[in-house]
Design a protein around this ligand. Structure first.
Ligand code: NAD
Length: 491
């Protein structure tokens, strides 16, 4: 069933959520949010300035230093977080649809990542904090030491447009559980959906100032990173921006986690079952129209079966149902913006102008007369040194690269500045596991690739610093403190 934009009401998000209230912007700039599949208007959002960021950080700082949140017990925080989860869940259908319209994400995926995941993460971290020891006492040479875990403080969170709800909640849920307060700055490409967090937080009774949301561009984002009231920066986005943000955090000795770009490889060994490999493609390579940081955009194929793999990938790409992301039969929606479409088309030109062979795709789909659609595109005979094999495209443009042996496959997979995801396919599970252990990426799949929200997630090399998710994700938001105390504290 196709739900068209006709049923939509234009959203007005022209105020910011600061200190538990909807406040007027200090500046005048607004952003007109457009639907990726049609180019039509979805609504208007205010764009924040340095002054808006300053007000939001002030509210978060005040809530941390003087409000109740950082001094509540884990059980008290967990109770609010569970109410927050319920409030999000009651909005999940509308939120999933809105994000699909904003960034082109197929609705089934959106229901999982923008609908279900945020509430699930709140519940997971409510449970994690309820089972985390925040104070222990150990003997020391002179007496006893009380080792405490305290909230890291005010968090400046900056998120991209590709999974706006889930990626914000990767940060917000553990931060709330730890007792931190936050200023969240989403991306203008997905200008409207993050404010659903504010609606739900108000309903759940989150104290004022604990969560503040200001939509803004890069400049105001930079002022959040360097604001003296911020203790920790949690960033997900491009490696280029991460480099700037990481440098600034280094200068300020400010804690930061960086979840950045990728150029992951699917390794198809010579004994792989191709049906198993193809069954993994929707999550390993095509997820969210290949606008996913873990997208396996390099397909490494054993030379012994190279032609077979190239044809299988090309055939799989031709079978994609390109269309409106609100139609549940669509497997490939549009790119998130006109600018991003142009970037992806630019990489198709890069491939055409290289020695690689275009096997399928290479243009805009002829049956889509509006929206930012691109044909799934496969290049074969790509050299791993080619620009197409080295840079993140962030769209459905795939490079198939031959290898000679398992060692050669590991060498090529690791010959990348990035180290985020990947997968290995083989009929011999032990052999695939052996290869997986040698690939330098933060996550990797064996005969499949699905992100597990219950396990640490993040990158090696230029893909970032730190890990989100899993019970370990709470560590980003807690700081150790040792109190040297008299021996009678040992009890
Ligand atoms: P982007 O870096 O352009 O923007 C991300 C966010 O950072 C936006 O909110 C943007 O306004 C802000 N920003 C940009 N420059 C900034 C600066 N100098 N200071 C402060 N804020 C700044 O990225 P994008 O195009 O929105 O997202 C796509 C990128 O995100 C891809 O590279 C993708 O791989 C990466 N990503 C990584 C992960 C991960 O977990 N590793 C997950 C999703 C996306």
């Amino acid at each position: 069933m196709t739900v068209t934009a006709d049923a939509r009401t234009e959203l007005d998000r022209t105020r910011f959520f600061i200190n538990g209230e909807w406040v007027e912007p200090r500046g005048t700039e607004t952003h007109n949010a457009l639907e990726a599949a049609t180019g039509e208007s979805l609504g208007t959002a205010a764009l924040g300035t340095d002054a808006d960021i300053d007000a939001a950080v002030g509210a978060a700082r005040n809530a941390l230093d003087h409000g109740p949140w950082s001094r509540t017990t884990p059980a008290e925080r967990a109770e609010v977080m569970l109410r927050f989860a319920e409030a999000l869940e009651s909005r999940s259908e509308a939120t999933s649809k809105l994000v699909s319209q904003e960034n082109g994400m197929p609705i089934t995926l959106s229901s999982a990542f923008n609908g279900a995941a945020p509430a699930g993460l709140l519940r997971m971290y409510a449970d994690v904090i309820s089972n985390t020891e925040l104070e222990t006492v150990r003997p020391s040479a002179q007496g006893a030491t009380i080792v405490r875990r305290e909230p890291v403080g005010v968090v400046g969170a900056i998120t991209p447009w590709n999974y706006p709800q889930a990626l914000a909640m990767f940060k917000l849920a553990p931060a709330l559980a730890a007792g931190c307060t936050m200023v969240l700055k989403p991306s203008p490409e997905t200008a409207l959906d993050t404010y659903v967090f504010a609606d739900a937080a108000q309903e759940a009774g989150l104290p004022p100032g604990v969560l503040n949301i200001v939509l803004a561009g890069r400049e105001a984002g930079a002022s959040l990173v360097s604001h003296p009231g911020v203790d920790k920066v949690a960033f997900t986005g491009s490696t280029a921006a991460g480099r700037i943000i990481g440098a600034e955090c280094g200068r300020l000795i400010r804690r930061c986690t960086l979840e950045l770009g990728g150029k992951s490889a699917s390794i198809v060994l010579d004994d792989a079952d191709l049906d198993t490999f193809l069954a993994a493609m929707p999550t390993s390579s095509f997820m969210n129209n290949a606008q996913t940081c873990t997208t396996a955009s390099r397909i490494l194929a054993s030379r012994a079966r190279y032609d077979e793999v190239v044809e299988a990938v090309a055939e799989f790409s031709r079978r994609q149902v390109v269309g409106n992301p609100l139609d549940s039969s669509t497997t490939l929606g549009p790119m998130a913006s006109q600018t991003h479409l142009e970037r992806v088309m630019g990489y198709i030109d890069v491939g055409r102008n290289s020695s690689a062979r275009l096997v399928t795709g290479g243009g805009r789909p002829s049956d889509q007369d509006r929206g930012w659609f691109v044909e799934p595109t496969v290049f074969a005979d790509v050299d791993n040194n080619d620009q197409l094999a080295r840079e993140e495209v962030f769209g459905p443009v795939f490079a198939v690269i031959p290898f000679d042996s398992d060692d050669d496959a590991v060498r090529i997979a690791n010959d990348s500045n990035y180290g985020l995801g990947g997968s290995v396919y083989s009929a011999d599970e032990e052999r695939a596991l052996g290869v997986a252990r040698r690939v330098r990426t933060g996550t990797i799949g064996v005969n499949r690739y699905d992100i597990d929200l219950g396990a640490p997630f993040g990158g090696m090399k230029d893909s970032g610093i730190g890990r989100e998710l899993g019970p370990e994700g709470i560590n980003n938001y807690l700081e150790y403190k040792s109190i040297y105390a008299p021996a009678n504290r040992l009890g």
